[in-house]
Design a protein around this ligand. Sequence first.
Ligand code: ADE
Length: 253
Amino acid sequence: MSPTPASTTPTAILSALLQEQQGLMELLHHPRKVTHAGRDFWLGDLHGRPVVLALSKIGKVAAATTATALIERFGVRRMVFTGVAGGVGAGVNVGDIVVASDFVQHDLDASPLFPRYEVPLYGRTRFDTDPALTALLFNAASEALAHGQASQAFPNARVHQGLIASGDRFVSGAGESRALHDALTGAGHPVLAVEMEGAAVAQVCLDYGVPFAAVRTISDRADDSAHVDFPKFVEEVASRYAHAIIERLLGRL
Ligand code: ADE
């Protein structure tokens, strides 16, 4: 069997929630749905590039299943996550964008057998994103913010690049958010944002050698009003951000 040409090998675009995926779905050309592993995968062309759109679902295990299916069943050549996150780093505000340089699991603790946060038997705590794909995504996000309508409501919004922490918790308390930030930063992991999937996808992509990049728009500050800010942001803003960024990324691939 001859190998599939690189130009027809799709890029996977993962989102956690339907609202985050909506803007991309509307622009998908020649859409074809494949249901696999209890998930709907949408194949088609987006801005002239072959893509598979998928919902990671929520939490690390669900996201790992989706990422594995994208690689094993659909043979994707790269994976990009677009979604929202809670800002925990100083100056990481609602409406800002964080492009992940790497990921850590804030709820992983196999101590005293292994150091706190280390993923057992991987000998590492942080999982890097792909530098080249991340650079393209950073440029795409910066341009989307500078020129896009997406950010009109947040005129002072900034793009950050750095560490994102994932865990199976929606962080919704100022005390919890501060404790999480301080514990990670104190252990040498200066975290900017928190979400529930990215570290799992990064680990799967490392296992398979698939380039991975991730961008998260800050929907809340993971504080006492996070549960109010999050759904409002997801409904009103997230899909516009995702679309503006991915459009520009695909044009650069
Ligand atoms: N995604 C968006 N906001 C979040 C939060 N506060 N905690 C976990 N995941 C999130």
